[in-house]
Design a protein around this ligand. Structure first.
Ligand code: MN
Ligand code: MN
Ligand code: ZN
Length: 302
């Protein structure tokens, strides 16, 4: 793996404006970041002014951070059996897609939704119907929705690869759909990556069920809770139940070279913990000879 190609970063706050996230990302030496497109725990969205968008593009140019991945808000539930929540979720997701498109984000990561007791079949039906509606409303948009793998906490859909595969298969314009693989969520859902054998089996299963070509983003988080616990609690890299070997395998997997790898570990101590986690992940990478730069540009000319 060549060092300059390493696509790694962390989820960054947009407080003070979306454009700030890029500057914070640069401080942490991120080559990619993830942001919320709006306040993540309110329905209401602060207006996104042309000036904000302009500053965002300027900062993206100066920092070179690319891509910036979007993540949707936590209130959105496209599987909700409650009509008012379902309708509001669709409208809010539409707003987020528009904002993501304005900012040129290639992906908007979305939690598929929770059926709240109505069953997976009913939940998946609602998700498919709402994504079709969203696609109708956003014809010609470049931004793609990425369905995130979930831990399966409560009635969350997406803790089996088959759930996501079924949604993709049933959505009409499914060229516009991909998947975000969260290492904490999948582990809590029962997919092991702690040994080479387990790691290979898990991604083989992912490939068979969903297809590796659908993988758009990887969320790199250790898990506080055990394999199959179905509890979603992120932990710092190497300090959870997955442990370093799983992340070593992930970081050295050439198949993910062009896939953004994003940390979503606890922020408690501010940037310091992000930097520590990022450095730890980078230290796991076995650099290939091609990482020795300057063979062309830096060599002495005689
Ligand atoms: Mn998420
Ligand atoms: Mn995640
Ligand atoms: Zn999580």
């Amino acid at each position: 793996m060549a060092k300059e190609k390493l696509l790694i970063g962390a989820h960054m706050s947009i407080s003070g404006g979306v454009f700030n996230a890029l500057l914070c990302g640069q401080e942490l030496e991120c080559t990619t970041i993830q942001i919320f497109t709006k306040n993540n725990n309110q329905w209401k969205a602060k207006e996104l002014f042309p000036e904000d968008v302009k500053k965002f593009f300027e900062n993206q140019k100066t920092t070179g951070i690319s891509p910036v991945v979007g993540h949707n808000g936590y209130l959105i539930n496209l599987a909700s059996p409650k009509d008012n929540v379902y309708d509001q979720s669709k409208e809010s997701m539409l707003v987020e897609l528009k904002r993501a498109e304005l900012l040129g984000l290639p992906y908007l990561v979305m939690h598929p939704g929770s059926h709240l007791g109505k069953g997976e079949k009913e939940g998946i039906k609602k998700i498919v119907r709402s994504i079709d509606w969203l696609h109708q409303k956003t014809k010609g948009f470049k931004v793609k929705i990425l369905l995130e793998t979930t831990a399966g906490q409560g009635s969350a859909i997406g803790h089996r690869f088959e759930h996501l595969a079924e949604i993709i298969e049933r959505v009409k314009d499914n060229e516009r759909l991909g998947v975000c693989y969260d290492t904490c969520h999948t582990f809590a859902a029962g997919y092991d990556i702690r040994t080479k054998k387990a790691y290979q089996a898990t991604f083989k299963e992912f490939d068979n069920s969903i297809g590796l070509n659908r993988l758009g983003v990887i969320h790199v988080n250790d898990s506080l809770k055990d394999l199959g616990s179905r509890v979603d609690r992120h932990q710092h890299i190497g300090e959870g139940k997955i442990g370093l070997e799983g992340f070593r395998l992930l970081m050295n997997d050439k198949r993910w070279e062009k896939i953004p790898k994003i940390l979503e570990t606890p922020k408690g101590e501010g940037a310091a913990r992000d930097i520590k986690n990022l450095n730890l992940l980078k230290s796991l990478v076995k650099w290939s000879k091609s990482a020795c730069r300057d063979s062309k540009n830096g060599s002495l000319r005689s």
